[in-house]
Design a protein around this ligand. Structure first.
Ligand code: ADP
Ligand code: ZN
Ligand code: ZN
Length: 821
């Protein structure tokens, strides 16, 4: 009979655990527990988590199931399709669905008993709208600014704390976890404006006369200040920028100044009237042909848009997006780096206004929750239809996805490195689109060998744009032979006269310069002239890098750092010198050679703080910077009007990186950074410095010969058994003790050879064989493209599991990287 039937729910936890766990559904929660809803469960000793219901059934498990403790959502938070996507990702990239859930859900949606809670920075202190329990939580947090969910539960004696926390988070009374670590940018702030009564000059004069007559000198001073800051009452002034105190209060009380709450740092509202319809864009002949290929290709799901830099790929995307938006569907627009979203966002909002949402990891947890909600909306003015973001935007809860755009599809930043899931944003995007029956467009001026291969093989439609928009020429590329220049005395520091002259000319013509140097820091390393000792990291197998700002030697893998020694630590010689060159050094040398120029640097060190990269890019766009020096961060998709010279300081260390993709990568980076020059008129110039000017790759960059590069690389990949002809699975083993590690790696390789024979290579030490005090070893397995490898993947995961069950090997970490980059 119905009544005696017992219901169970299989739930997914955001943890590194295989599969789902079964809990019993209490009778009174039966109507609320549904697939895709979050429930509170106890897991392990005392911990509580919010878990996601995957399946409901009546099959009793073999052991006694614990009860679900609470239900957090009235509507499913995660759709069936999203869960299918997670499961595909877990099986393809060889990890657990829980690993995927952990990255897919924004932090604000993963409550756990050990989550840290504090009062929301924007909480207005209005206690009247709080319930009794909420009031108690606020009081508690006033005394102890950061508390764990657990402790709050204990202090208040409330068992069912999670649902309370959820509502308090949603109402922005409290925040969780991550936000505390980020420098929090307040969302709302108070602005002050002049009351309408004082709009005229006449009225203003009367006001000042009156205040002076009453000898209110403080108020007069403040009003003077306000008038200058507000452009004589025309603009709003942030309240915090005015002197705080009684004068301000009085002016507000007397109705001279009015206050207004404004959302800050968020996207400003775009009125529908000010939207520029995409129909006003007129595509040129090549762009139109590309659009037609992509839009009308009936039998293919995926297209590759191969268009040279500044050919107007973005305009083609906008046309494609418009078609979807008008049909009421959603579009996902992926970029490899969040630094690029800053520029593209404005272009999209011009045409699609408030329908555009941005999602990425630098947003605070509550911002991400909001984007998530607005993506899930099926209608209404708050609904997001165009979602722009880095790869994590793939996990948003779309409800009608019609198109996925992967811009700069060749970019290695699309690949997640650590932790699992180690997925490729582009490849996952293609799968996601397929789940929706949506179209995918991959765009690049320098397609990956894989994508171009697929396009030539007919798997993707190929749309090509060969000319820059407006008939502008691609920049002139010159390769400078540094050896010869040195012989002729034409090298100063790290710069050839050719590059220096080009910079000088650009500055004289009030143009801007970008210099690309792919190493950060000041100088690569410190080297002893006598014994050739180079200081190494104590935790990692790498040499330390000099950082001038802190006058220290630092490890780029683990952060270990020491003061610069005054003598060689090995032989005590004082003949130590800097060898190599990094971004910091380039920046400083340039400043000495061009004292009147404004030089800035953009790399990982200079953009650690939130929004710093946006400020740098803005300063450059608005010409407050003349020369921008940077790592690969400067090579990507940026569109600046006044850049006429691009310099590649040292091409050789780009080319010589030991990886099967090094030529492809080097070609892409050099061509991309070159593409920043001369985008709007005046012919651009690119200068590449090298000690190896005859190198065939440089020749190809000079000739803009992508087809030549592709031909060589494709051939090489086939002969040497690499992608796209083969699929690689890289297995990394880590352990503190190198002997334990070696034994475990040999054992695993033996098992793998038993199953896969010649496909197995290694074990071998990677380039950096010790990181953070753990030794590393790698075994690689390569499968032919035509082989179905789902079973092979399961078997490999089983072997890794067996390995950790062997005596003494429980702590050997094993992870998989499918399609390593
Ligand atoms: P890509 O994305 O290929 O690098 P962009 O879309 O940024 O190229 O185009 C380069 C510049 O040319 C941009 O400033 C863009 O606004 C302009 N542009 C390209 N195509 C058109 C067009 N059809 N109409 C007007 N402007 C265009
Ligand atoms: Zn020495
Ligand atoms: Zn280190």
């Amino acid at each position: 009979m119905d009544e005696v039937e017992v219901y169970y729910a299989d739930v997914l936890l955001p943890l590194h655990l295989p599969g789902t766990y079964t809990y019993r559904v209490p009778r009174e929660m039966r109507d609320e527990v549904a697939v895709g809803v979050r429930v509170v469960v106890q897991f392990g000793q005392k911990r509580m988590y919010s878990a996601l219901v995957r399946r409901l059934h009546t099959e009793a498990p073999k052991w006694r199931a614990k009860y679900i403790l609470g239900v957090l959502d009235e509507q499913p938070l995660v759709t069936e399709r999203q869960m299918l996507f997670w499961e595909w990702m877990a099986s393809y990239y060889m990890c657990y669905p829980g690993d995927v859930m952990a990255v897919a859900l924004p932090a604000g949606m993963k409550l756990a008993s050990e989550s840290a809670v504090s009062i929301h920075p924007d909480f207005d202190g209005d206690l009247s709208r709080l319930s009794n329990y909420e009031l108690q939580v606020v009081n508690l947090l006033t005394d102890h600014p950061v508390m764990r969910v657990d402790d709050i539960s204990r202090a208040l004696g409330i068992q069912k704390i999670m649902p309370l926390m959820r509502t308090m988070m949603e109402r922005e009374v409290v925040v969780m976890d991550e936000e505390l670590r980020e420098r929090f940018v307040p969302r709302k702030s108070t602005y002050v404006r002049l009351a309408d009564d004082y709009a005229t000059e006449e009225a203003q004069r009367r006001l000042f006369d009156e205040l002076e007559a009453k000898k209110r000198t403080k108020q007069v001073e403040l009003m003077m200040r306000f008038m200058t800051m507000s452009g004589f009452g025309k603009e709003l002034v942030p309240k915090r920028e005015l002197p705080q105190g009684s004068s301000l209060q009085t002016l507000i009380k007397n109705g001279v100044l009015l206050t207004e709450e404004r959302v800050e740092s968020r996207l400003a509202h775009v009125d529908d009237d000010s939207i520029v319809p995409a129909s006003s864009i007129v595509l040129n002949e090549e762009q139109q042909a590309a659009y037609d290929t992509i839009a009308h290709e009936k039998y293919r799901e995926t297209s590759l848009l191969y268009g040279v830099t500044s050919s107007g790929k973005t305009e083609v995307y906008i046309k494609l997006i418009d078609e979807q938006v008008r049909a009421g569907r959603q579009v996902l627009f992926l970029l490899p780096e969040i630094a690029l979203t800053a520029q593209i966002i404005n272009r999209l909002r011009r045409h699609f206004g408030d329908r555009v949402g941005v999602y990425h990891s630098r947003f605070s947890a509550s911002q991400r929750v909001e984007v998530w909600r607005r993506t899930a909306l099926k209608e209404g003015s708050g609904r997001y239809q165009v979602l722009l973001g880095a790869r994590s935007a793939l996990f948003l809860p779309f409800n009608d996805l019609g198109l996925v755009i992967v811009d700069e599809e060749h970019d290695a930043s699309y690949k997640q490195q650590d932790p699992a899931p180690r997925y490729h944003g582009r490849d996952a995007a293609i799968y996601l689109a397929r789940l929706w029956g949506a179209r995918t467009v991959l765009g690049s001026a320098t397609p990956s060998i894989e994508s171009y291969h697929n396009a030539l093989a007919g798997k993707y439609a190929l749309a090509t744009i060969t000319q820059r928009y407006g008939g502008f020429r691609l920049p002139q590329v010159d390769v400078v032979d540094m050896k010869q220049a040195q012989r002729q005395g034409e090298v100063h520091g790290h710069f050839s006269d050719t590059l220096l002259n080009a910079i000088r000319d650009a500055l004289a013509a009030r143009q801007q310069v970008i210099l690309f140097q792919n190493r950060r820091g000041f100088s690569l390393r410190l080297e002893c002239d006598d014994c050739h000792h180079i200081p190494q990291c104590v935790h990692c197998d790498v040499s330390l890098v000099y950082h001038k700002a802190t006058n220290s030697l630092r490890c780029h893998y683990c952060g270990y750092s020491i003061p610069v020694p005054s003598e060689c630590p090995a032989c005590h010689s004082t003949h130590i010198r800097m060898a190599g060159i990094g971004t910091e050094r380039v920046e400083e040398d340039l400043q000495i050679m061009f004292p009147e120029a404004r030089v800035a640097r953009m790399d990982l060190d200079s953009t650690l703080q939130k929004n710093q990269y946006i400020e740098l890019l803005n300063d450059f766009a608005e010409r407050r910077i003349d020369i921008l020096v940077g790592t690969q961060m400067v090579t990507k998709g940026l569109d600046f009007e006044h850049v006429s010279v691009v310099g590649i300081v040292n091409a050789d260390n780009l080319i010589n990186y030991p990886n099967f993709r090094s030529y492809e990568r080097a070609y892409q980076q050099m061509t991309q950074v070159s593409g920043r020059a001369g985008r709007h008129g005046d012919a651009g110039r690119v200068i590449i410095q090298t000690y190896n000017p005859g190198h065939q790759l440089l020749q190809k960059v000079e000739d803009n010969d992508y087809e030549g590069l592709y031909h060589d690389q494709d051939n090489e990949r086939r002969v040497f058994r690499y992608p796209p002809y083969y699929r690689l699975v890289e297995i990394t083993l880590k352990h503190r003790d190198s002997e334990v590690l070696n034994a475990a790696a040999d054992w695993l390789a033996l098992q793998l050879r038993g199953a896969f024979g010649q496909r197995v290579m290694g074990p071998e030490y990677p380039l950096v064989s010790r990181i953070r005090a753990l030794y590393l070893k790698i075994v690689t397995v390569r499968f032919e493209r035509s082989e179905a490898i789902a079973d092979a993947k399961r078997l490999m995961m089983q072997m890794a599991d067996d390995l950790t069950k062997q005596e003494g090997w429980a702590r050997v970490a094993v992870h998989f990287d499918v399609d390593p980059c």
